[in-house]
Design a protein around this ligand. Structure first.
Ligand code: ATP
Ligand code: MG
Length: 565
């Protein structure tokens, strides 16, 4: 077995890891047990990835274990599709719960018995007030709440009513079971919180067996206790729930007393991480599905070509803090580039093709040129790139009237074609509308491989593909889903959507070696970014997603602004 302590020391520290270490040192626990507790009401997103990396990461580093527990207490919002997606995504991210897959619904029986226990000790009562009456009586942050007229029901009556709630005698919303704590508490969570509500709905796992369901606050801590969780780690918004978490543990015959610790949730610029809004994006047709590559979901990031290592690296870089903050999307892109750069073979592809005819290259002739697969990794080897009289280059690598600092092609200018020859532009051919449709060029046979024997230099190297050898591909370029760094999280989210979030290039041209690109295998299109085939790809029509560009566009924007542009 690995030495957990040494591993932890190498893995980077944060206040939660410090607490875990201190607890182990003091022998308060023999082993750390954490859990990741998603509600299966949507797909996991990159914020969840932070929590997964934290919970599973701590278990790994300290030689403990981490449970995957579905918080399936609300059957009206939960679906099997989400359960399957969550399991797939946690595995993909690189974590394994082993035997420890649980559901809050596994504990419905025990939770029910404990509710009866609270009734018996006079710590819970059945309330017949309507939802609205309860809301009003709860008070506000500045005003105490008022006791329910049903608060002092004798335990026998409460028990009878609660059993009849369970038996399905009452309609939805007719009654609830509440903990009897303190309607005047400064903490609203302690003002007699609801433990059980009536819900006649079919549950994905328990079917129609139950017509009452435990509240999140009641189910969550008790599930932690049943599983022997040592450190129950959650996001800051649950800090105010901790007194209730502890009250319940103190009033129930639970087998263990987990401690809850809160950390700051991930917020990311240009990104919304609310499951409610992600759901609305899918249902409203603003994106093509939960796995749309513009979505911050793990399924979307995977489809886009982001490797799981990049997300784990990102989680490590952002760390775990006690104060909320906003992380720059550029940092995520940095982690993605760091992960892709060493493993992505280099290839050539042209998004907006402009035809080039090499007038002094014989018709019908072609040759194969040597190209390195990776500039920093000789072991990645070489490949052959076909060259012929007609080529494609990017439209924006040519300008008819270039400004001073434009060193790429223009009439009379000479450039290097990557891995090939120097070419000189002789003429731009235009159509009736005045658009450049073709460039007539010459090449210098002596520059084969990219250097001139006479030592003359060119200032630009551009990528290209041979027209007759190239395959046509669809290339999808993604921009941020939201146009603003801080999109509105409320009902108006759609107003902040970026109309340019997806650009499709239907007549991309790719070199023959890209015909072998495989799903899940990244490539770098030279000068354009990192790409990966989309599941829509086929041999007849390859489809590529751009995972990320080569440079940090956000940093550029900021620098530009700083210069007052
Ligand atoms: P909901 O609003 O539906 O509760 P949720 O994002 O909190 O949404 P859960 O399924 O309850 O969804 O989340 C599972 C776990 O992931 C929780 O422990 C939660 O604290 C954590 N989590 C959720 N969002 C983030 C985030 N942005 N950053 C870090 N952790 C998060
Ligand atoms: Mg939640």
């Amino acid at each position: 077995m690995a030495d957990g302590n040494t591993a932890a020391a190498e893995a980077g520290r944060d206040f939660i890891r410090d607490i875990v270490q201190a607890d182990l040192d003091a022998k308060r626990h023999s082993a750390v047990v954490t859990r990741f507790p998603p509600e299966p009401n949507g797909y996991l997103h990159i914020g969840h990835a932070k929590s997964i990396c934290l919970n599973f990461g701590i278990a790994e580093e300290f030689g403990g274990r981490c449970h995957l527990r579905f918080d399936d207490t609300n059957p009206t919002r939960e679906e099997q599709e989400y359960i399957d997606a969550i399991e797939r995504d946690v595995r993909w991210l690189g974590f394994d719960w082993g035997q420890h897959l649980y559901h809050a619904s596994d504990y419905f029986e025990r939770l029910y018995e404990w509710a009866e226990h609270l009734i018996g000790t006079g710590d819970a009562y059945v309330d017949d007030q309507s939802q609205e009456e309860m809301r009003v009586a709860r008070g506000t942050l500045t005003e105490p709440g008022r006791n329910s007229p049903f608060r002092d029901r004798p335990p026998e009556e409460n028990l009878d009513l609660f059993r009849r709630m369970k038996a399905g005698e009452f309609p939805n919303g007719a009654r609830v079971l509440r903990a009897k704590i303190d309607m005047a508490s400064g903490n609203i969570n302690l003002r007699d919180p609801v433990l059980y509500r009536i819900l006649h709905a079919s549950h994905p796992r328990t079917g129609t067996k139950w017509s009452i369901f435990p509240s999140y606050d009641y189910a969550h801590g008790q599930s932690d206790a049943i599983e022997g969780i040592t450190h129950s780690i959650c996001t800051l918004e649950f800090e105010d729930h901790r007194p209730l978490y502890e009250w319940l543990l103190a009033h129930l015959p639970v087998p263990a007393h987990p401690r809850q610790y809160e950390f700051a949730r991930l917020n990311l610029t240009y990104t919304v991480l609310s499951k409610r809004i992600l759901n609305a994006l899918v249902k409203g047709g603003h994106v093509l599905g939960w796995d749309d590559p513009r979505m911050p979901t793990l399924a979307g990031l995977r489809r886009r070509g982001v490797p799981p290592e990049a997300l784990r690296d990102f989680a490590k870089r952002i760390g775990v803090a006690k104060a909320n903050s906003l992380v720059d999307l550029g940092l995520l892109e940095f982690s993605i580039r760091e992960a892709l750069n060493p493993i992505a073979p280099r290839r050539m592809a042209v998004l907006r093709p402009l035809k080039v005819v090499i007038e002094n290259y014989p018709e019908g002739q072609s040759e194969e040129l040597d190209a390195v697969n990776h500039p920093d990794d000789p072991a990645a080897g070489m490949r052959k790139v076909p060259f012929a009289r007609e080529l494609y280059i990017e439209q924006d690598d040519f300008m008819e009237n270039p400004p001073k600092k434009f060193f790429r092609l223009s009439p009379g200018a000479e450039v290097r074609l990557r891995y090939a020859y120097f070419i000189t532009c002789k003429e731009a051919v235009k159509n009736a509308a005045g658009d450049v449709t073709e460039l007539r060029c010459t090449y210098d046979p002596a520059t084969k491989g990219g250097n001139a024997p006479d030592g003359r230099k060119v200032k630009a190297t551009i990528h290209w593909v041979s027209a007759k050898h190239a395959q046509t591909a669809e290339v999808r370029i993604y921009n941020t889903l939201f146009a603003k760094p801080d999109p509105a999280g409320g009902e108006n989210f759609a107003a902040d959507l970026n109309p340019m979030s997806l650009e499709v290039f239907g007549s991309g041209k790719i070199e023959p070696a890209l015909g072998e690109a495989q799903l899940g295998k990244p490539v770098q299109f030279e000068r354009l970014g990192y790409f990966t085939p989309d599941p829509d790809t086929s041999a007849a029509r390859p489809v590529f997603n751009r995972t990320v560009g080569l440079r940090d566009t956000y940093a550029k924007v900021t620098a530009g602004e700083a210069k007052g542009r």
